[in-house]
Design a protein around this ligand. Structure first.
Ligand code: TRP
Length: 335
């Protein structure tokens, strides 16, 4: 065995720019662990089609956008393998085999699928949408990943993956690996409106690609404690969105800010300025890295082509074992 590193597989649907919620939920972990693990990052364009099949023309733009965000956030293409789902047909083949022994009722009860169906107003789910967690199980297991850094909404999908892997290993031969989820430090970051989680479609997000003045303006508009009208009114940090962000992005000053807010010693304007400063400290190195890739689709294309080639080799190896285990390699080892 030359390859002793454990593997990570994770990724996102390309549906737009990445925001701070993505960063604290999963991306920060990927960046942190990329040297320690053999890391594969999937841009799940086919999964994005489950909701965007009527407008596939955005996929190319969104795929390049998400790749740029990954690189800016610190995924090093020399270290992490960033690839495109549709370039790995082995994933679709494995999805088909898994679908033979995956129960429709189990899929119907998946809480994340249910929530998303509601959000999109699907009364009658398509086969592809209902089944995307099966395809996600193939994304993960075709790489024999050990660890899947994700936000907590993805837990049901990792559970399903573990189930499918166990069933496959049981039915045929033990060739697949049961993965574990790794949930970020802040599994669910609230949006600037303070009502629900940060999300592009709710227009309450701080993007990794926002400029420092955009950050300042967005935070200026953020909802705080409605009981604080004058600067010296005592505040209630427990209900303040801005304080919620201080808890995530400004741990060293947390106690001091909490006390000052309760005693009406720090005004919201000043408190927001401090927060904008802390967020800019995280985003500034991203801005610096982004310069290299901005307006360079040729560079990004090269990274994605290389990554997809490397990822496909791994997937092909696994599929040889899968077909052999299932006895559907009638003529020996064929690719
Ligand atoms: N479902 C994930 C999301 O909505 C994207 C995804 C696709 C994924 N395949 C994956 C995540 C495999 C982790 C592992 O963002």
């Amino acid at each position: 065995m030359t390859d002793v590193k454990k593997k990570i597989l994770t990724g996102d649907r390309p549906t737009g720019k990445l925001h701070l919620g993505h960063y604290v939920g999963s991306l920060a972990n990927r960046v942190k662990l990329q040297e320690e693990y053999d890391s594969y990052i999937i841009i799940a364009d086919v999964q994005a089609l489950t909701t965007n099949f009527e407008k596939p023309e955005n996929l190319r733009r969104d795929t390049f956008q998400i790749a740029e965000d990954y690189l800016a956030a610190g995924l090093d293409p020399e270290v992490s393998t960033i690839f495109i789902q549709s370039m790995i047909p082995e994933i679709h083949e494995l999805t088909m085999y898994y679908s033979m022994f995956t129960s429709v009722n189990v899929l119907r009860h998946n809480p994340t699928v249910k929530t998303e169906a509601q959000q999109h107003g699907f009364s009658d789910m398509t086969y592809g949408f209902l089944g995307y967690p099966v395809s996600q199980a193939a994304d993960i297991s075709v790489f024999k990943a050990n660890l899947v850094p994700v936000g907590d909404d993805q837990i049901p999908h990792i559970e399903l993956t573990r189930k499918i892997v166990r069933r496959f290993n049981d039915l045929y031969k033990p060739v697949l690996v049961e993965p574990e989820a790794l949930i970020g430090e802040v599994p669910r970051l609230l949006g600037l409106d303070g009502k629900t989680k940060m999300s592009k479609s709710l227009n309450n997000a701080i993007y990794l690609s926002d400029s420092s003045s955009e950050i300042e303006n967005k935070i200026k508009e953020a909802v705080t404690d409605p009981a604080r009208i004058r600067k010296n009114d005592p505040g209630h940090p427990e209900i303040c969105t801005v304080f919620g962000y201080h808890q995530v992005f400004n741990r060293p000053e947390l106690e001091e800010i909490e006390k000052a807010c309760r005693q009406g010693e720090i005004g919201c304007v000043q408190c927001k300025k401090k927060l904008a400063g802390c967020i800019n400290v995280i985003l500034e190195p991203m801005r610096e890295r982004r310069v290299k890739y901005e307006n360079r689709p040729d560079l990004i294309q090269e990274i994605l082509l290389e990554g997809s080639k490397k990822a496909q080799q791994v997937a092909q190896e696994t599929m040889l074992e899968v077909r052999e285990a299932m006895g559907i390699n009638y003529f020996g080892q064929h690719k």
